[in-house]
Write a protein that binds this ligand. Structure first.
Ligand SMILES: NC(=O)c1ccc[n+]([C@@H]2O[C@H](COP(=O)([O-])OP(=O)(O)OC[C@H]3O[C@@H](n4cnc5c(N)ncnc54)[C@H](OP(=O)(O)O)[C@@H]3O)[C@@H](O)[C@H]2O)c1
Length: 229
């Protein structure tokens, strides 16, 4: 039986590299897309994965990288003011196989149905990020929001994994999730980055997560332990 092939768009970042390792551990054939200057960060994997150097919103690069892939894991980042996240998401939506599983990362600030209840702190952080982004032109939160809106409106087999605040550390296992921010199970607002990757990679094989936007939190956090039952 042929091994499944997975493309990781944004493979050289911290989340991306965890996903590369976990996909290799699961026996997937791995394609990785990253900016040319970041190829060096994938050096430890260079003999085990195919690297496609280029901007993640470069449609020609994405077309080659996702060709024949059963799944695509995309790290959506709000960098710059060039609609980078939107261009990245649109390229993956347009160019991946229609039956491919598409998993995207973003933060809790994304809402699918408007039913999330954001704390004052989260609302303030989003306003601050928008203000900083406009002043410095380094980030564009609204671009990530637009990217996710396009995903939500698409017929592709997508899952948008909404991450809490992240930390480094050893794995605590698969994070728990809720459909809505504001659910008490998420209150701890903390996930190990390695476990964020675990959730993204596991979602490739989880049909229950098709057309879901799970908000995740570490399974060993106090709120997850208190409410998991
Ligand atoms: N950090 C958090 O606390 C947090 C919280 C919730 C959700 N998330 C989500 O988690 C995912 C991963 O985020 P992360 O913070 O952990 O970062 P990360 O894994 O290190 O990924 C950052 C990505 O952004 C790329 N990048 C950096 N600077 C760029 C630029 N100027 N132009 C284009 N691309 C650039 C990196 O590519 P290079 O390797 O080429 O630099 C890398 O692919 C994102 O979807 C984020 O929304 C993060």
């Amino acid at each position: 039986m042929r091994s499944k092939t997975v493309c990781i768009v944004g493979a050289s970042g911290k989340l991306g590299r965890y996903m590369v390792q976990q996909c290799l551990d699961r026996g997937y054939v791995v394609h990785g897309v990253c900016r040319p200057k970041s190829v060096v960060k994938l050096e430890p994997f260079k003999d085990r994965i195919s690297i496609f150097a280029g901007a993640t919103n470069d449609r020609e690069v994405i077309q080659r990288a996702v060709a024949g892939c059963d799944g695509v894991l995309t790290v959506l980042v709000p960098w710059g003011r060039q609609h980078y996240a939107t261009g990245t998401a649109q390229a993956v939506l347009d160019l991946a196989r229609p039956d491919a599983r598409l998993i995207f990362s973003c933060g809790w600030h994304i809402t699918r149905d408007g039913l999330d209840k954001f704390s004052n702190l989260l609302q303030w952080q989003e306003r601050f990020a928008r203000w900083i982004g406009a002043a410095t032109r380094i980030i564009d939160i609204d671009d990530q929001i637009e990217a996710c809106q396009r995903i939500f409106n698409s017929d592709a087999r997508w899952t948008v994994v909404r991450g809490s605040d992240l930390e480094e550390g050893e794995s605590q296992g698969l994070p728990v999730w809720s459909r809505h921010v504001g659910d008490p199970i998420l209150e701890s607002n903390r996930t190990r980055r390695i476990d964020y990757a675990l959730f993204m990679v596991a979602a490739l094989e989880n049909e229950d997560l098709v057309h879901e936007a799970p908000a995740i939190v570490g399974r060993q956090t106090p709120s997850a332990r208190a409410h998991a039952a």
